[in-house]
Design a protein around this ligand. Sequence first.
Ligand code: CP3
Length: 338
Amino acid sequence: MTDLLRALAGETPEKTPVWFMRQAGRSLPEYRELRVGTRMLDACLTPELAAEITLQPVRRHGVDAAVFFSDIVIPLRLAGVEVEIEPGRGPVFADPVRTAADVDRLTAIDPASLDGEAIAAAVRLTVAELGETPLIGFAGAPFTLAAYLVEGGPSKEHLRARAMMHADPEAWNRLAGWLARVSRRFLEIQRDAGASVVQLFDSWAGSLSPADYRAFVAPHSRAALDGIGLPAIHFGVGTGPFLPDMRLDGVADAVGVDWRMPLDEAVGLLGPDVAVQGNIDPALLQAPWEVLAAHVRDVIDRGRGARGHILNLGHGVPPETDPDQLTRIVALAHGEQD
Ligand code: CP3
C-alpha cells in the first residue's frame, strides 16, 4: 500500500504523503506550452493531452498522487449542457438554471446516458504510466456546481443558489439530487478506468450557514460519495463553522481543511475517526523558502494527532506560484530537504 492509501486507511505511513490541489495547471511552464491553442474543456476531453498534463506534476515534484486533469463541469458538458471555461474567470453557462421549469428541462437528462469514453480513455492512459502512484479522481459537489449553474457563472456569495433553497426547496432538491447523480457518474467512470481514490470538491460550501449546509447540501454530497467503493476525501473552503458535518456521517475517509483553521484544532473538532488533508496557506508559497518551510513543518506537527494526515494546500496552487517551491515542500515532507 502506498503512503497516501495508508494515511486514508488510518495506518501510519512511512513518510507524510503530499499532493497539491491544482498541481496540474498554470504554475507549470510545460503545461502552459501544451495548452497553447486548445480550449480548457477540449483539452480535458482529449485523452492523450489530459493524461500527459496529469503526469507532468508527478514527474516534476515527486508527489504521492496524481490528480486527474479535468474539471468539475466536464460531466455537465458530457450531459449536453452548454458550458465553457473563460480564462481568468471560470465556468460560464449559456442558459442559467433559475426557475422550476429550468430545473425540469435539465433533470430530464438521464445522468446514466452521458458518454464517458474520453474520460475513461484518459484515465486508462494515465494509470498505465503511473505505476504504483495512485490516481485521485474527482468531481464537484452538488452545491459548488449549482453555485455556477444557477448564477450562470462565477459569483462571490452564490446568492441565487442559496436563495433557491428557500424560495423553492422542492426545485432545489431536485436540482441538487440530479447534480449528485451526474457527479457520481463522473466518479464511477474514473473509478472503473483505474482511479484509486476520489475527492469531492465543495469549494464554495463556506458561503452557507451550518443550518443550510445540513438541510440542503450535506444529504446530496453524501449521495454523490456513498458506496463509491474507494477511499474518499471531502474538501471545502471556509467550512470551519460546520467542519464535523463534512464527514458526511462517516462516508468521507478524509476531510480537507483550508488555511484558516489550525490543523490541530480541526482534528479536535473532527474527532479520531477520520483523516485530515491540508492545510498549507497558498499565500505562503510566495514567501522565502525558510518562511514557507517553517510553516510546512508547523502544519505537519499539528497534523500528528490526526487518524491520518495528507499534506496539501488549503486550496489550489495559484497560477503565479514558482513550481520549485512545491518541489521543495515534497522533499521536506519526505525528509529529503531541510
Ligand atoms: O490539478 C488539479 O487539481 C486537477 C485539475 C482540476 C482543474 N479544475 C483544472 C483546471 C481540478 C481538480 C479542478 C476542479 C475545479 N474546477 C474546482 C474545484 C477546485 C477549486 O479550485 O476550488 C472549481 C471551482 C472549478 C471551476 C473552475 N475551472 C475554475 C474556477 C477555473 C479557473 C478559471 C481561471 O482561468 O482562473 C477553472 C479552469 C481550470 N480548471 C484550470 C485548470 C488547470 C485553468 C484553465 C487554464 O489553464 O486556462
